[in-house]
Design a protein around this ligand. Structure first.
Ligand SMILES: O=c1ccn([C@@H]2O[C@H](COP(=O)(O)OP(=O)(O)O[C@H]3OC[C@@H](O)[C@H](O)[C@H]3O)[C@@H](O)[C@H]2O)c(=O)[nH]1
Length: 471
């Protein structure tokens, strides 16, 4: 009848239930290992022991000492270990729990002064102390107290340097000379090279500890995964802080100017930035990065004389400066024709804002104008007193007329407000940092030549230009 029921039970148990059963069995085993020893006077419930509550070999750890293990007269524990083969010898190597198999070798350290006198002496029954002894002579949790028992002096010994309990090295606690298999005359409670086995009662604790250590390792690894990229970023930042700048002249306070360069991250503006920085001035670059690039001025980022502001000159700007170089505007035909209204705003409102700033702070302003103010010139080469030939509604008008208005405003501010202004009509520029897809003739020709393609000449090819190398 019973065997039938068992058979039914076994067939009904699926894999999941088997796992559950094994889990329960394991839990029961561990609980048993850590359970109180009935009548032993010792509480193994993991709680902070005190001198009053402490029994022989207080706490689970105390059972690891030989003294505790050899206590006589203890009634047998609740024991479920018949479920598993013994760990040392026997079928230990077949144990389904590798962690438990490992426990035949001690993997953690028993602090010496917590083993209790029993552990130190190795005497069956362990040492017993009068109540309150643990308060002074024995650290909390150490020693055991048996009311009315004979007072045993705390043995004196020199503790060897203890390895970390988590590192898996055990302190070997050997019986005293003349006890067990230790020959008389072999003094000292610790004899290197004397192996001893953990009593069975420690295996549960070792298992719990191993699981804990496993968890800690996983957490440490996870933290490491998160922290490593952050370390990488810190290293990059440190590198950028220690970067070398191009040589900069030292200028006295009197000679050093505070200079604002609008469009300072562009092709021409970035070369001007380099020149003024190397001359020892304080340079503030303002750019909205429409055609300019941070890469053009990144070698100055972090320098005490340099500041980079992402700002559109169409909006007002309030800074204290001595000079303004106003270069902000797209310059190549494809770029300025991409958004003609914006081009007009930049050259009119933007220039108005900069002139207002110059007036307010008393700065001198230079406007970067263009050869395009001459439009489709009828005179070659163009002299400064030539007024140009511009179509106000042509495809290039946003740029041509924009720059013409900008020049007009500069001279109006000079005449009416006394602002010091300069106007430079820059012709066809080329040089390093020019954008590959700038769209002007030089970059187009170079690109086509590099690709082995024929060079494209627009129109009749009879047009002339004055070129200017910028670096
Ligand atoms: O691939 C090309 C490009 C341009 N060209 C021609 O080469 C000449 C130069 O044209 P670009 O486009 O390089 O420049 P542009 O002279 O028209 O204006 C330029 O020069 C003066 C600057 O102040 C202006 O900001 C800029 O637009 C034009 O006649 C043009 O038609 C070609 O023949 N082939």
């Amino acid at each position: 009848m019973v065997s039938k029921a068992l058979l039914r039970l076994v067939s009904a148990v699926n894999r999941r239930r088997m796992k559950l059963l094994l889990g329960i069995a394991l839990f029961a085993y561990v609980a048993c290992e850590c359970a109180p020893v009935a009548g032993g006077g010792a509480s193994f419930i993991p709680r902070r022991p005190s001198a009053e509550t402490a029994g022989p070999g207080v706490g689970r750890r105390a059972l690891c000492g030989p003294g505790a293990a050899l206590q006589p007269g203890l009634p047998p524990r609740r024991d479920l270990r018949f479920l598993f083969p013994p760990f040392s010898g026997g079928f230990g190597h077949l144990s389904p729990f590798p962690l438990l198999r490992q426990s035949t070798q001690p993997t953690w350290t028993q602090p010496l002064d917590r083993l209790g006198p029993g552990a130190e002496t190795g005497r069956p029954g362990g040492g017993s102390l009068a109540p309150g002894r643990g308060d002074r002579g024995t650290p909390p949790g150490g020693g055991s107290a048996v009311l009315g028992g004979p007072r045993v002096p705390r043995p004196q010994f020199t503790a060897p340097s203890l390895p970390s309990p988590t590192r898996g090295t055990a302190v070997q606690v050997a019986p005293r000379a003349g006890e067990g298999d230790v020959p008389a005359g072999d003094s000292g409670p610790f004899r290197a090279g004397t192996p001893w086995r953990h009593p069975r009662s420690c295996r549960g604790a070792v298992l719990v500890k191993s699981i804990q250590e496993n968890g800690e390792l996983k957490i440490e690894r996870k933290i490491e995964e998160i922290v490593e990229p952050l370390r990488e970023k810190i290293r990059d930042l440190e590198k950028s802080f220690t970067q070398k700048y191009p040589p900069v002249k030292f200028l006295s306070e009197k000679d050093r100017k505070r200079i604002l360069i609008t469009g300072g991250a562009g092709f021409v503006g970035s070369h001007l930035t380099d020149k003024l920085m190397m001359d020892g001035h304080e340079v503030t670059v303002v750019d909205n990065f429409f055609t300019g690039r941070k890469r053009n001025v990144e070698h100055w980022i972090g320098h005490e004389n340099f500041e980079l502001i992402n700002h559109d000159v169409v909006e007002p700007l309030y800074v204290e400066v001595d000079q303004i170089y106003h270069l902000a505007s797209p310059a190549s035909p494809p770029n300025y024709m991409y958004n003609p209204i914006k081009t007009l705003k930049t050259n009119t409102i933007g220039t108005l804002n900069m002139l207002g700033l110059a007036k307010r702070v008393g700065a001198r302003l230079l406007l970067a104008s263009t050869s395009e103010v001459y439009g489709d010139p009828e005179v070659h080469p163009q002299s400064e007193d030539y007024w140009g030939h511009v179509n106000p509604i042509g495809p290039r008008a946003c740029y041509d007329e924009g720059k013409r208005v900008a020049e007009t405003m500069c001279y109006a501010y000079m005449k009416q407000e006394g602002v010091e202004v300069r106007v430079a009509r820059i012709f066809n520029t080329f040089g390093p940092r020019m954008h590959m897809n700038d769209g002007r003739v030089v970059s187009n020709f170079i690109l086509q030549a590099l690709q082995g393609e024929p060079l494209t000449v627009y129109g009749s090819g009879s047009q002339t230009r004055a070129f200017q190398y910028v670096r």
